[in-house]
Design a binder for this molecule. Structure first.
Ligand code: ADE
Ligand code: ZN
Length: 335
């Protein structure tokens, strides 16, 4: 199974670039920017990366992102993640970035977007990995702040495919961002959002009804509401599920109790993703391996998950078809 997963062509649809920041690179960038970080050893990091909930993690995650200053920093961070994609046969990736985490520290939007998108362009030619960008609004901040970010993004519209909504879910419902999502869609961005990770099913309803999202990040708590499940299936909206993130943040107590297989059996379109791999113990292939083992998934289940990852990606139809053909050839030769 491990070899099957390693060679399975796949796409990653839920990945925060700031969450891919491995300690080794963080140390290096902190040093070159003369910024102090509160860890001086791998064991200090391991101790800090024990979380009880989403907010515990976010506090550490924003602190880590605080060492990113120059365009080169954003380039190095992104290229390092894309190299890992190439190593894992991730053929396509849809990368979220949180501009406000950086612009609020005085880093220009332009610095962030140019560093990230130049790395994506280089990875296409040098690593044969395709990618697109999802600009995420931080939901613990105001809708006005999101509007400001939308405005800053407009000169770089051609580099951004979609918008997302992330950070602290509880107490920050999708309805808070209805107007900025509407304005973003008018600008041509595709709407996506985290929903039902810690928030209840009514936040998922709001995300699909009020924000009109085309894909749900996480969506675990949608299972609390049968009518919602049927609605998601009917609207053909996929869920980007993140198994190791769910156990690290205690959304799920044990991988053996993870609802992924149940979701598939209900007819939901599910994909497997790493979310914040540097913080949650593994890249996307490790997520496939762990969930395969915990739920005893078959090769056909894994094939379905990879198929969904291409099918529900935001890439162009012809590109999608090429990847799906590549996947079918692999599966027919390895099942
Ligand atoms: N930002 C980075 N990872 C996140 C997650 N799992 N949920 C919400 N916001 C995030
Ligand atoms: Zn996420």
């Amino acid at each position: 199974m491990k070899t099957f997963i390693a060679n399975l062509p796949k796409a990653e649809l839920h990945l925060h670039i700031e969450g891919s920041f491995e300690p080794e690179l963080m140390f290096k960038i902190a040093q070159r920017n003369h910024i102090k970080i509160p860890y001086n050893s791998v064991s200090a990091i391991e101790e800090a990366y024990k979380f009880n909930c989403l907010q515990d993690f976010l506090n550490i995650y924003y602190q880590g992102a605080g060492v990113l200053v120059t365009e080169q920093d954003f380039y190095d961070l992104t290229y390092s993640y894309l190299q890992k994609c190439a190593d894992q046969n991730v053929r396509h990736t849809e990368i979220m970035f949180d501009p406000q985490t950086h612009t609020d520290r005085g880093v220009a939007f332009e610095t962030v977007i140019n560093g990230i998108s130049n790395a994506c362009e280089d990875a296409k030619t040098k690593l044969n990995v395709s990618s697109l960008l999802i600009m995420s609004y931080l939901r613990h901040l105001s809708e006005d702040a999101a509007f400001k970010t939308l405005k800053q993004s407009l000169p770089f519209k051609d580099k951004i495919k979609a918008i997302g909504l992330d950070s602290s879910e509880k107490g920050n419902p999708p309805s808070k961002f209805k107007n900025v999502f509407e304005a973003s869609v008018k600008e041509g961005y595709i709407p996506l959002a985290h929903a039902g990770e810690e928030g209840a099913a009514d936040y998922v309803w709001e995300a699909i009804d009020l924000l009109g999202i085309k894909r749900i990040d996480h969506g675990n708590n949608a299972l609390q509401d049968e009518k919602l499940v049927q609605e998601i299936i009917q609207r053909d909206i996929a869920l980007t599920v993140c198994p190791l993130s769910n156990t690290a943040l205690r959304v799920v107590d044990d991988l053996k109790n993870h609802p992924l297989k149940k979701m598939m059996d209900l007819g939901l379109k599910v994909t497997v993703n790493s979310d914040d791999p540097a913080y949650f113990g593994g890249q996307v292939n490790k997520n496939y391996e762990a969930i395969q083992e915990a739920l005893n998934l078959s090769k056909n289940d894994l094939y379905q998950l990879a198929k969904n990852s291409f099918q529900y990606s935001l890439s162009e139809e012809n590109k999608k078809q090429e990847y799906l053909n590549e996947l079918d050839i692999f599966y027919n030769n390895n099942k």
